[in-house]
Design a protein around this ligand. Structure first.
Ligand code: PMP
Ligand code: GLU
Length: 396
């Protein structure tokens, strides 16, 4: 069968592919510790599971409105009001099959053929592919570790052309855990408003903040809210990655267009999962607080251990559950007797010889980095880092 040019242009999500490979190795009996995929290791809280069971028993198993059930959209509006001081009406909310799908829908309706889309790097793996699939051109804005891996308003201004239509912002960031301050967002917003650049603000890690505070981009002011699609979801905060519920908020016409698009692709997010997400947002938040305390402990341990490893330099990320060390000193050397030509090769050596799975920086548009997810137990983190230290003894 002839594949479309579009199909030929994309590969699998590198994070999901690594996760599949790691899980396959583990199921073959290979003892691999995964710092790979970004997925909470905690179970979905019982009260959320219970809401889904109640939904099934009540026969809530049919199509829903494409944009989501009214009570969940109301709860999302209440969440925006309470957490971000943002007023949205239910007609400004779209519930999708994960935040990924909300972002996909937003890119499809905001990006025309040939449009330039600004993406700060390191970026989450799927942003450039989504832009390519919409016929747009990703314009990658690089950042540096000494600036905390954040772009500035000047960086954005320098890359604006008459074709720039969109900026994809992610705070807290995957893969660096960086958080933009209110002042930084205000400066970025000024440039976007001036040039009429729409913004997709991916805030999926909003609840996983250990220092500082999360500022929602749209909350900077009414003009900013008018150019912003805010994306969030329940995957990370409530350990619900498999339930596939994310959402978007923004101007009514854009949300309507996204809903129309979704109505021709997935129809609606799963009815049962929508009820579970409603419980996640409106029910007890204690499991989230407990998870956050545990993540912070793991982060602190991981950062201090990684910074002791030869060739590793990493920041203490204030949010999300990733550490993104600079390992460029290791590139060009040998490890386990093998030449480390780039971070892909380094990640392969670590998988083969240390039996730890990490994602190479190349997946996020940088070189000389590795991403470690600490969404795994403290015990495994300790053991995995011991393995890493052991292999690094062979660094020459
Ligand atoms: N945005 C970022 C930055 C992410 O890391 C992820 C990964 N899960 C998503 C969006 C998508 O999340 P979801 O599971 O809700 O699709
Ligand atoms: N966002 C997670 C990660 O970066 C899950 C994988 C994915 O959706 O790509 O690992």
């Amino acid at each position: 069968m002839k594949l479309s040019a579009r199909a030929k242009s994309i590969g699998a999500s590198p994070t999901l592919a690594l996760d599949a490979k790691t899980k396959a190795l583990i199921s073959e009996g290979v003892d691999v510790i995964s710092f790979g995929v970004g997925e909470p290791d905690f179970d979905t809280p019982d009260h959320i599971k219970e809401a889904a069971i109640v939904a099934i028993d009540a026969g809530f198993t049919k199509y829903t409105p494409a944009s989501g059930i009214p009570e969940l959209k109301e709860a999302i509006c209440a969440k925006f009001k309470e957490d971000n001081d943002l007023e949205y009406k239910p007609s400004q909310i779209l519930v999708s099959c994960g935040a990924k799908h909300s972002i996909y829908n937003a890119v499809q309706v905001l990006c025309d053929e040939g449009d330039e889309v600004l993406i700060p790097a390191p970026y989450w793996v799927s942003y450039p592919e989504m832009v390519n699939l919409a016929g747009g051109r990703p314009v990658i804005l690089s950042t540096t570790i000494d600036k905390g891996f954040k772009v500035t308003a000047e960086d954005i201004e320098r890359h604006v052309t008459p074709k720039t239509s969109l900026l994809i912002l992610n705070t807290p960031s995957n893969p660096t855990g960086a958080i933009y301050t209110k002042e930084e967002l205000e400066a970025i917003a000024e440039v976007c408003v001036k040039h009429n650049i729409a913004v997709i603000s991916d805030e999926i890690y909003e609840k996983l903040v250990y220092e500082g505070e999360h500022v929602s981009f749209a909350s900077i002011g009414p003009e900013v809210k008018d150019i912003t699609i805010t994306v969030n979801g329940v995957s990370k905060a409530y350990a619900m990655t498999g339930w596939r519920i994310g959402y978007a908020a923004g101007p009514e016409d854009v949300i309507k267009a996204m809903s129309n698009l979704q109505s021709h692709s997935t129809s609606n997010a799963t009815s049962i999962s929508q009820k579970a997400a409603l419980e996640a947002l409106t029910g007890p938040q204690e499991p989230l607080y407990a998870m956050r305390i545990e993540f912070k402990k793991r982060r602190d341990y991981m950062v201090s251990r990684l910074n002791e490893m030869p060739g590793f330099q990493c920041l203490t990320p204030p949010g999300a559950f990733y550490v993104y060390p600079d390992v460029s000193e290791i590139i060009g050397k040998t490890l386990s007797g093998k030449r480390v030509t780039n971070d892909d090769v380094l990640a392969e050596i670590l998988l083969e010889d240390a039996r730890i799975a990490v994602v190479p920086g190349s997946a996020f548009g940088t070189s000389g980095n590795l991403r470690f997810s600490y969404a795994t137990s403290m015990e495994k983190i300790e053991e995995g880092l011991n393995r890493l230290a052991q292999v690094l003894e062979t660094l020459a």
